[in-house]
Design a protein around this ligand. Structure first.
Ligand code: ASP
Ligand code: MG
Length: 426
């Protein structure tokens, strides 16, 4: 008998029929003899709808009240799910985040979990009940208020519960089959990965892969939680995300598998490029520029500085599209102080990243990427690397074609086209 934590995303509980389907899946797990703890998201697009409503009554909704509102989405689905399980003849009990002992800091809308005290969950499990927990929410001890963990936070709820309860596995259910070598909607020949290391998963998620949330993967990595990302709509196994020293449960003991050098290709259409041109080439200018950008709240990703010919240089960087306006405004406000000549904004870019732990030990990985792009006649505008990732910025209109070419070049293409059920990945 194992203790299994399962997380169901909004698309898995979008309506009554889906809730019943999920209830059956939970009951099947229970019937197989396991203890089950479930973290559930709000039904379908509930969170977006609640956000829209809030914005209709107030231009800037009060953060405390917004969390009261948004946390109600998960309370609806948890109660309905418990009812559905009950009617199948099984004992189920639902709990809000605070009842479940999900203790967070006090930052409304983006709270961090600081402690998990699942006393009531343990009691319920001991009494033989299936436990359902509202995802995405917690409670702050000082303010005694309800908090939410930020969009997609139910993944983190599930992983935190798995850690606190020492679960055997944390299964994250969505409408896609697992983690793929690329987004199957961009690259139909993408293949489902059997497993991926958590460090590769973090790089893939940070560079555009959407199936798992970064904070959940980080939490799992820190606390040694085994994640199994799989689909609500099929019974096939998904992808295991393995932390350091973890074994793929599907692999026979001792059977060493040859790890591919490249785990996947991620695509990101969400970035914009800002170029600060004619920056005086003297010490301290980069510091000034990025202090201004940071103060605007923009999250900088790639940075490139050109060689200077005339005592002036250009600095280009990328930020999420949504942050670009704030960064531009902040920079424009300090143009004379910094002494640059021009600001150029370009949001027609796309980022392609190749991720693989094998890059540490194999040479030629970047050469393969650049050759593939050059054979496709695709121009590279920026390049950045980490130990296990190479990213390039391209024209956004080139990105899909570039990703297909690169996917083929690394031998990642599968024989059959991947099945995409609904495809939001949530
Ligand atoms: N319902 C929340 C959201 O849509 C949390 C989640 O789905 O994980 O962001
Ligand atoms: Mg949701």
């Amino acid at each position: 008998m194992a203790l299994i934590v399962q997380k169901y995303g909004g698309s898995s509980v979008a309506d009554a029929e889906s809730i019943k389907r999920v209830a059956k899946r939970i009951v099947d797990t229970r019937r197989a003899g396991h203890d089950v703890v479930v973290a559930v998201s709000a039904m379908g697009d509930t969170t977006d709808e609640l956000l829209d409503l809030a914005n209709e009554v107030a231009p800037i909704p009060a953060p405390r009240e917004l969390d009261m509102l948004l946390s109600s989405g998960e309370r609806i689905s948890m109660a309905l799910l418990a009812m559905a399980i009950h009617s199948m003849g099984f004992e189920a009990r639902s709990f809000t985040g605070s009842q479940a002992g999900m203790i967070t800091d006090s930052q409304h809308g983006a709270a961090r979990i600081v402690d998990v005290t699942p006393i009531r969950l343990r009691e319920a499990l001991d009494e033989g009940a299936i436990v359902i927990v509202a995802g995405f929410q917690g409670f702050n001890r000082d303010t005694r208020d309800i908090t939410t963990l930020g969009r997609g936070g139910s993944d983190t709820t599930a992983v935190a519960l798995a850690a606190a309860l020492s679960a055997d596995v944390c299964e994250i259910y969505s409408d896609v089959d697992g983690i793929f070598t690329a987004d199957p909607r961009v690259i139909p020949k993408a293949q489902k990965l059997d497993h991926v290391s958590s460090e590769e998963m973090l790089e893939l998620a940070a560079n555009g892969a959407k199936v798992l949330y970064i904070r959940a993967v980080e939490y799992a990595r820190r606390h040694g939680v085994l994640i199994h990302a799989r689909s609500t709509f099929s019974s096939s196994e998904g992808t295991y995300v393995l932390g350091e020293g973890m074994k793929n449960p599907r692999e026979a003991e001792g059977a060493a598998m040859e790890e591919p050098i490249v785990a996947g290709v991620a695509t990101d259409f969400g970035q914009a490029k800002i170029t600060v041109s004619g920056v005086p080439d003297v010490p301290g200018k980069a510091a000034e520029i990025f202090k201004i950008v940071a103060k605007s709240g923009a999250n900088v990703d790639m940075i490139v500085q050109n060689v200077s010919a005339t005592g002036r240089t250009d600095i280009s960087f990328t930020v999420p599209k949504a942050d670009a306006a704030a960064a531009l405004k902040a920079l424009a406000g300090e143009q004379t102080e910094v002494g640059f000549q021009n600001l150029i904004h370009d949001d027609q870019i796309g980022k392609l990243s190749v991720v693989g732990a094998g890059m540490r030990t194999h040479s030629g990985v970047s050469a393969t990427l650049f050759e593939a792009l050059s054979s496709g006649g695709i121009n590279i505008e920026m390049i950045s690397t980490s130990e296990i990732r190479i990213s390039v910025v391209l024209r956004d209109t080139d990105l899909a074609e570039a990703a297909r070419t690169v996917h083929t070049a690394y031998g990642l293409d599968g024989d059959a086209e991947a099945t995409v059920h609904a495809g939001s990945g949530r």
